[in-house]
Every structure is written in structure tokens, then in C-alpha cells.
Design a protein. Structure first.
Length: 198
């Protein structure tokens, strides 16, 4: 299943079926609240479909999957910039600072050390008053067994509990807010949304 989802069309079909596209629409509406000229860096942007929800923004997406980026550049080239590279401090230093950095469905793919590194890079990419927004699957107390199983067998191998995500983010950001959202997907699947500022 994990290797199949690296194929862009199968990934998009899966996202439509489980409500992943809807989840990102709600995430943008409730937390990003896009406005004209907002500079957004989307780390792990996948095929880039979230850019449809950000029509007035100055958007840059990074992903290491060439198929995803090729799709994004074919379909959304007029809406943003899509780069197939690993994000590095050199890349960040070559760009103007951002108002928002998005890590949608990224942290649960990363071990603590790698997650800490990407959070530090994200912090470096932000304007002084900028904000990081993350969304990931999450283990919660009293979780429905289907929800728990979906988290356990998720493509990401590092689904965490709420306090474990916060512990990593709080190492890099001084102000955090988080929300548990069991209502984003069509299936029982609890997500944690974290908003963090320097």
C-alpha cells in the first residue's frame, strides 16, 4: 500500500475516498485563513492540490517525490512554485521569509531527530511574526478501534500521541496551540493540528 501511494493518481484517488482533500480544505479554512499576498511555504506538498485553496497567496511547495512535483507543475504551475528537492538551510536562505510554513501530514513520517531538524528549518524560514501550522494523525485516549488501527497502519511510521508531538514542537517554538480534530476525514481518523510561533 505504501509504495502504491507514491503513484500520484492512486494517491489522489485515495485522498478523495478517505476525505484527505476535504481535510485540507477545512484545515485551510479554519487555520490558514488565506489572504492576498500571504507567503506560504508548504514542506511535503505532495501533488500540490492544497494550492487550489490558496488562490491569493504567494505559494512555494517542496517535496522529494518527483512524480508528485511533476504533477503539481503540470496542473498548478500558474498557482505556485513547486520544487523537487530536500529543504535545506541553503534553500531557505535563497528565498524571502514566509508568513506561514505548512507541514501537512509530515511529522508522522519522521523520527524525532528528523522531525526536530525540519522544525528548525521551518522556524528559519519564517518571518519574525510568522506561524507554523502542522496536521498529522494522532493517538488519543479512548480512540475508536478503527481510528487506532488506521493510525497504527498508516504510511507514516511515527504517529504520536498529542503530548509527544507537542514536546517536539515546543523545543523550537515558544508559543503553541493545538486542536484534536476527529472530524476532518470521512473515516474515523483523529488529527492533531498545531499552530506555533517564535
Amino acid at each position: 500500500m505504501r509504495s502504491l501511494l507514491s503513484i500520484t493518481q492512486l494517491y489522489l484517488l485515495y485522498q478523495r475516498l478517505v476525505g484527505g482533500i476535504r481535510a485540507r480544505q477545512i484545515f485551510v479554512r479554519d487555520y490558514v485563513k488565506p489572504k492576498q499576498d500571504l507567503r506560504i511555504l508548504d514542506v511535503g506538498c505532495g501533488p500540490g492540490y492544497i494550492v487550489e485553496e490558496l488562490p491569493l497567496c504567494d505559494y512555494v511547495g517542496y517535496d522529494i517525490n518527483q512524480h508528485y512535483i511533476d504533477f503539481a507543475n503540470t496542473k498548478y504551475a500558474s498557482k505556485g512554485i513547486f520544487v523537487c528537492k530536500e529543504l535545506t538551510i541553503e534553500e531557505i536562505n535563497s528565498m524571502k521569509p514566509f508568513d506561514i510554513v505548512l507541514l501537512n501530514g509530515v511529522l508522522h513520517h519522521l523520527d524525532d531527530t528528523t522531525a526536530s531538524h525540519i522544525l528548525e528549518l521551518s522556524k528559519s524560514a519564517l518571518k519574525p511574526d510568522g506561524q507554523l501550522l502542522t496536521m498529522d494523525g494522532c493517538y488519543i485516549p479512548g480512540q475508536h478501534f478503527i481510528d487506532h488501527m488506521l493510525q497504527k497502519y498508516d504510511r507514516g511510521k511515527f504517529v504520536r500521541k498529542e503530548h509527544e508531538y507537542l514536546a517536539i514542537v515546543n523545543k523550537h517554538f515558544s508559543k503553541t496551540q493545538n486542536f484534536i480534530r476527529p472530524d476532518l476525514f470521512y473515516l474515523p481518523y483523529s488529527s492533531i493540528v498545531i499552530l506555533a510561533k517564535n
